[in-house]
Design a protein around this ligand. Structure first.
Ligand code: PLP
Length: 395
């Protein structure tokens, strides 16, 4: 039998890749559950609501009526028009259908623009803590990752002094994520103006991951950097259906880019995935054009859960959290315990049966924090917080 390949037989561009922390913790939780242990799941960033029935029906009807063949790589023309109208209205900017490229989730909107923009040796700025795919994609493209810390006292927006010290003419790309994973922070408009002026000065690009843009609370608006003059022709907006329409498993998202870049992105899709599943795109049309009361109800529910989780977390000694303005994550500070985040996360699942993520699953800047997900029922949140409180109190 031929010997099994070893990792050093693979390219540099894949040898650095690691699993996402959420999948590793989920695997641990499932192993414990297989032994009969009860685990409260606060680790996976996935809405607990079902996909709205009218959206699922649109997908099912599309299959029944034979919409099961290839579409153009960038997506069904009508779907691209619907997205352009919706995304432009949402942000108050003009968007043309030719700028829209549909993908299998939002992740292609991170991967393909990074491949199209970053040459080996180019520097890329991204948030730390931040969604792990950013760093992974920068490295796959051969870019040099330049993490910028997020500051708790600044609603987990960039440390702008540090940002100013790191952005140079070697910076090719800046990745933004507002509302952010894992912190729930929303970047204030003033910060966006500051970032935009630096990006223009250094002739860089922006990937603006706006997947949580409609999951905002207390009347807050998560502004897009594309609202700022001069930014639309150097920004790729990334958005999708996973979080807003509870469609994680449908794999549906899109990127909006200047036309010349959108054409390149379409070619990458052509050769990478061919196109996105046809019936999924029909479900997407229904999601954007059908009734929106599901989204409003879900956001109201998340806001209540956030408030409750925050109240319970802040009552626990040794741990305190800011009130996040968006997404569905709480990012409490556990520095007072003096313990590393990884150790707390590992012990919480093993000793208390509560699955959460360490802040360091999102980069070194996450040390001293935990990520808790409130996309779970109020009952489970209360049960999880009760177990967590008892564990911290016994420390
Ligand atoms: N961006 C952020 C910040 C996320 O948190 C996620 C998923 O958790 C994604 C992108 C990818 O989402 P999807 O590919 O399911 O649309």
């Amino acid at each position: 039998m031929a010997p099994l390949p070893t990792s050093n037989q693979f390219t540099e561009r894949v040898s650095h890749l690691r699993p996402e922390g959420a999948y590793a913790v989920l695997a641990r939780a499932q192993a414990l559950e297989a032994q009969g242990r009860k685990i409260i799941h606060l680790e996976i960033g996935q809405p607990d609501f079902p996909t709205p029935p009218h959206v699922s029906e649109a997908g099912i009807n599309a299959i029944r009526s034979g919409k099961t063949k290839y579409t153009p790589p960038a997506g069904l023309p009508h779907f691209r028009e619907v997205i352009a109208e919706y995304a432009g209205r949402q942000r108050g900017i003009p968007v043309d259908a030719s700028q829209v490229v549909v993908g299998t989730g939002s992740k292609p909107g991170l991967f393909f623009p990074t491949l199209a923009l970053v040459s080996p040796g180019d520097e890329v700025i991204y948030p730390d803590p931040g969604f792990p795919t950013y760093e992974a994609m920068i490295r796959v493209a051969g870019g040099i990752p330049v993490p910028i810390p997020l500051r708790e006292e600044n609603q987990f927006s960039f440390d702008l002094d540090y940002f100013d010290s790191k952005i140079t003419d070697r910076t090719r790309l800046v990745i933004l994520n507002s509302p952010g994973n894992p912190t729930g922070g929303v970047i204030p408009m003033d910060d966006l103006h500051h970032i935009a002026s630096q990006v223009i000065k250094h002739d860089a690009w922006v990937i603006s991951d706006e997947i949580y843009t409609r999951l905002v609370y207390d009347g807050v608006t998560a502004h897009s950097i594309t609202e700022i003059e001069g930014m639309q022709n150097r920004t790729v907006i990334v958005d999708g259906f996973s979080k807003t329409y509870s469609m994680t498993g449908w794999r549906l998202g899109y990127m909006i880019a200047p036309v010349a870049l959108a054409d390149r992105l379409e070619l990458l899709i052509t050769h990478a995935t061919g196109c996105t599943a046809t019936f999924t795109q029909y479900a997407g049309i229904e999601a954007l054009t059908g009734p929106q009361d599901f989204v409003e109800k879900m956001v109201g529910e998340y806001q209540d859960r956030r408030n409750r989780m925050l109240e319970l977390v802040n009552a626990v000694p040794g741990i305190h959290a800011q009130k996040p303005q968006g997404a569905f994550y709480l990012f409490p500070n556990i520095k007072a315990t003096g313990l590393p985040s990884k150790e707390i996360a590992a012990r919480l699942i093993d000793e208390a049966g509560v699955a959460i993520l360490a802040g360091t699953d999102f980069g070194e800047g996450g040390e001293g924090y935990l990520r808790l997900v409130y996309a779970n029922s109020m009952e489970k949140i209360e049960e999880g917080m009760d177990k967590l409180a008892k564990w911290f109190t016994a420390l």
